[in-house]
Design a binder for this molecule. Structure first.
Ligand SMILES: Nc1ncnc2c1ncn2[C@@H]1O[C@H](COP(=O)(O)OP(=O)(O)O)[C@@H](O)[C@H]1O
Ligand SMILES: [Mg+2]
Length: 246
């Protein structure tokens, strides 16, 4: 049995999170007063129509974008109150991000890509943790290959390993399987699931795919910049039903 709601710890929390882009008539409200908690040690899915604010929510929570109003907490730290130096440190040490398009450096090997964010900061990963990441990502001798010598699924697993290397408390993944066939997508989803189950991380993942949602402990549904549903441990067909009633 999972812990009761009372005992669940929030890894990320938003309060009246609002994000507007542009001014006047051209203004767009991407997030409209979102109050949400992401529970530590869970894989949380985020679904919703295109333009519903999923990426904006991820970017605001991962300190890649700043809210127009409202608050975002990562653990006990309130992002909008942090000084630049502390925000940079939090982003580097506590948060990982995986993009749909892998964003690997083509001239570097898989292993160099994995280590790049830490080496840019003059750091090396904890050796035992790094070994766990490398073992879990199951790239074997392909660690010395460059991205164009790897399949899409392998490239995205490199990108996940890069996000895990600093042992962050939360990893955000924005449509991580969006560019992958179902088999490669399955490899990446299995890896994210293992990051939660075996490595104790918290993962938040945007997806359009009901199969991907089936890997999640919980799925949040966004529409027009608001959370409109919050389902626990849904089967893929239940997500399909939920999407088809919209
Ligand atoms: N940088 C931006 N400038 C202007 N509008 C933006 C920007 N980013 C997102 N938007 C708008 O905010 C809304 C939500 O976008 P987004 O968070 O990307 O949605 P989703 O990821 O669910 O497709 C959309 O209407 C989008 O056009
Ligand atoms: Mg998006």
């Amino acid at each position: 049995m999972r812990e009761s709601a009372v005992q669940r710890r929030a890894a990320v929390r938003t309060e009246s999170l609002t994000k507007r882009y542009g001014e006047g008539d051209a203004a767009v409200t991407a997030l409209d007063g979102v109050d949400v908690e992401v529970h530590a040690g869970e894989l949380t899915g985020v679904m919703g129509p295109s333009g519903s604010g999923k990426s904006t929510l991820m970017h605001c929570c991962a300190a890649l974008d700043t809210p127009t109003s409202g608050r975002v907490f990562v653990g006990d730290a309130e992002l909008t109150r942090l000084k630049d130096k502390d925000l940079t440190r939090l982003r580097r040490d506590e948060l990982g991000f995986v993009f749909q398009s892998f964003n690997l450096v083509p001239t570097l090997s898989a292993e160099e890509n994995i280590l790049l964010p830490m080496s840019l900061a003059g750091r090396r990963p904890d050796p035992a943790w790094y070994r766990t990441v490398i073992d879990t990502v199951e790239l074997g001798d392909r660690l010395r290959h460059r991205p164009n010598q790897l399949s899409g699924g392998q490239q995205q697993r490199v990108a996940v390993a890069r996000a895990l290397a600093s042992r962050p408390s939360v990893v955000f993944a924005d449509e991580p399987t969006g560019n992958l066939d179902s088999r490669s997508g399955g490899e990446v989803l299995t890896l994210l699931r293992r990051a939660v189950d075996e490595m104790g991380l918290t993962v938040v993942m945007v997806t359009h795919d009901p199969v991907a949602a089936g890997y999640c402990d919980r799925v949040l549904f966004l529409a027009d910049g608001r959370v409109v549903d919050d389902l626990r441990e849904v089967a893929a067909d239940a997500v399909r039903d939920r999407l088809s009633t919209r």
